[in-house]
Design a protein around this ligand. Structure first.
Ligand code: BGP
Length: 458
C-alpha cells in the first residue's frame, strides 16, 4: 500500500474557458478564443467553439455534487477576466455573484477551491491593444488580480496567477496554435517578460491585501529535458532547453532571480527584453508560497541540427529527439514517462529549497473514447487508471525521499473543451455528452479515484 501524507489534496483541474461556456452572456466580453473562432472557424479542428464547452456556468451545483461523490477534497478552475471585468475597469455584478456562489458551493461540500487568474484567455479589448506584447498589460492584469482577491479572498485561500505561461508564449509567438499566431523569438521573450511582471505585480497586490490564511502560487508546465547522450553538445542542448522552457519562470517566481544561463543566452543573441528599473527588486521581493507543476510528458533533446547566429528561434539551441523505443500514449500521441515526476519532485527539493508544491495537472487524453464504453455506456478506461498509478508511484517515491508535495490533481474532472481540438481528447473521470445537454456519465477511473482518496493511497 502506498500511503500519501495526511491532508493530501486530491482533485482535478480545469479552466473557465474550457468548462464554463456562457461565453457571451450575462455581461461577459469576448476573449481571443471567442473572436478567433468567429473569424477563422476553419482553424479549429472541430466545429465546437468556446461558446458552450461543458456548461459549468449553468450546471456547477450538480458538478460539485459529483466531485463530492468521488471524495475529491480540492479542485482548480480559473476566473474569466473578461467575465469579471468586461472592459477591464468595471465590475460585472453577475460575474461576482456566479463566482461567489460557485466557490461557496465548493467550500460547503468540502472541496477546496484553488483559483487561477489566467488560463490562456486574453480579453479581446486588451489583445487589440497588443496583449502581452505591451507593458500596459502588466498593470491591467494587476488591477484584475487585485479585484479578484478583494471580491473572493474571503472564500478562496489558495490562488494562482497563471496557468502554463510558457504555452501562450510558445503557441502564440513561436508558432500558430494560439492567437495572435506570430513567429518572432524576440517578441516571444518580451511577451514572456511582461507575463512574468504581471505575475509579480499580482503577487505584490496579494501581499498588500494580506488575505487571512491566503497563499499564492503559479502553475507551470514542466517537461524536463533529457539529452540523447552524454556528449558535451547534447548536454548543452538539454541545459538550454531547461533554461528557456522551465527555469525562465521557475527561478524568478521561486528564487527571485533569473538563471545566469538564460541571461547569457539571451544577451549573446540580442534577445534581452525591455525592462523597467523597479522590476529586478519587484521580482526579488515577490516570490511565491507554493508551486503547481503540470506534468504530461518529457522533452527529448539533442544538439541543434541547424543554427543561426545570432539565434532566431529556440531550435538554434537544441533539437527535438525522437528516441527509439519510447512508450507512447497511442490515443493522444504523447510520450509516457512517469519517472520524470520523480525527477521533478527531487528538483523541487534540491534546487528550490523544498518549496511546497503539488502536481497541478497530470492525465491521459484519449481520442474517440466512446469505443471503450461497455454495454451500459460506462467507459472502461483501465489505460487511464494504469497511467495514474504509474505516475503516483513515482510521486510517492519522491515524497518518501523528502519532497514537499501536498497534492495531486488530474486533468480533468469532467471532459472539457480544448483549444483547437474541441472535444477530441477526453481526459475526465466523467464523460460529457456534448450532443445531449452535456450530460455526465462516470467512467471506471472515477470509481477508482474515489477509492484511492478514501484510503489516501493505493
Ligand atoms: C494543458 C493545459 C490544459 C489542457 C491540457 C490537455 O497543457 O493547461 O488547458 O488543454 O494541457 O491538452 P490537450 O487538450 O491539448 O490534449
Amino acid at each position: 500500500m502506498k500511503q500519501f501524507p495526511k491532508n493530501f489534496l486530491w482533485g482535478a483541474a480545469t479552466s473557465a474557458p474550457q468548462s464554463e461556456g456562457a461565453a457571451l452572456i450575462d455581461g461577459k466580453s469576448a476573449t481571443t478564443w471567442d473572436k478567433w473562432f468567429e473569424m477563422e472557424p476553419e482553424r479549429f479542428n472541430s466545429n465546437q467553439g468556446p461558446q458552450v464547452t461543458s456548461d459549468v456556468y449553468h450546471q456547477y451545483k450538480d458538478e460539485v455534487k459529483r466531485m463530492k461523490a468521488i471524495n475529491m477534497n480540492s479542485y482548480r478552475t480559473s476566473i474569466s477576466w473578461a467575465r469579471l471585468l468586461p472592459d477591464g475597469k468595471n465590475l460585472n455584478e453577475k460575474a461576482v455573484k456566479f463566482y461567489r456562489d460557485y466557490f461557496t458551493e465548493l467550500k460547503e461540500n468540502g472541496v477546496e477551491p484553488i483559483i487561477n487568474l489566467f488560463h490562456f484567455d486574453m480579453p479581446w479589448w486588451l489583445m487589440e491593444r497588443g496583449g502581452w506584447e505591451v507593458r500596459e498589460a502588466v498593470e491591467a492584469f494587476a488591477f484584475y488580480a487585485k479585484t479578484a482577491f478583494e471580491q473572493f479572498g474571503d472564500i478562496v485561500k489558495k490562488w494562482s496567477t497563471f496557468n502554463e505561461p510558457m504555452v501562450h508564449i510558445e503557441c502564440g509567438y513561436l508558432g500558430d496554435a494560439h492567437y495572435p499566431r506570430k513567429n518572432d523569438f524576440k517578441l516571444a521573450v518580451q511577451v514572456g517578460y511582461h507575463t512574468l511582471m504581471a505575475h509579480t505585480r499580482a503577487v505584490e497586490e496579494f501581499r498588500k491585501l494580506a488575505i487571512k490564511n491566503g497563499e499564492i502560487g503559479i502553475i507551470l508546465n514542466v517537461s524536463p529535458a533529457y539529452a540523447r547522450s552524454e556528449s558535451k553538445e547534447d548536454v548543452e542542448a538539454k541545459e538550454c532547453a531547461d533554461s528557456l522552457y522551465i527555469f525562465s519562470f521557475l527561478d524568478p517566481v521561486a528564487l527571485g532571480k533569473f538563471p545566469e544561463k538564460l541571461v547569457s543566452l539571451l544577451k549573446e543573441n540580442n534577445l534581452l527584453p525591455q525592462m523597467e528599473e523597479r522590476d529586478k527588486q519587484l521580482i526579488a521581493e515577490n516570490t511565491v508560497d507554493f508551486l503547481g507543476m503540470n506534468y504530461y510528458q518529457p522533452f527529448r533533446v539533442k544538439a541543434p541540427v541547424q543554427t543561426h547566429t545570432p539565434a532566431i528561434r529556440p531550435n538554434d539551441f537544441f533539437s527535438g529527439y525522437d528516441m527509439p523505443g519510447k512508450r507512447m500514449n497511442e490515443y493522444r500521441g504523447w510520450e509516457i514517462y512517469p519517472e520524470a515526476l520523480y525527477d521533478v519532485a527531487m528538483m523541487m527539493k534540491n534546487k528550490y529549497h523544498n518549496i511546497p508544491w503539488y502536481v497541478s495537472e497530470n492525465g491521459m487524453g484519449v481520442a474517440e473514447e466512446e469505443r471503450f464504453a461497455d454495454e451500459n455506456g460506462e467507459i472502461q478506461d483501465d489505460y487511464r487508471i494504469d497511467f495514474m498509478k504509474e505516475h503516483l508511484e513515482q510521486l510517492h517515491k519522491g515524497i518518501q525521499d523528502g519532497s514537499n508535495c501536498f497534492g495531486y490533481h488530474t486533468w480533468t474532472f469532467a471532459d472539457c473543451w480544448s483549444w483547437l481540438n474541441g472535444y477530441r481528447n477526453r481526459y475526465g473521470f466523467y464523460r460529457v455528452d456534448i450532443e445531449n445537454d452535456c450530460k455526465r456519465t462516470i467512467k471506471k477511473s472515477g470509481h477508482w479515484y474515489k477509492k484511492l482518496i478514501e484510503k489516501n493511497g493505493f
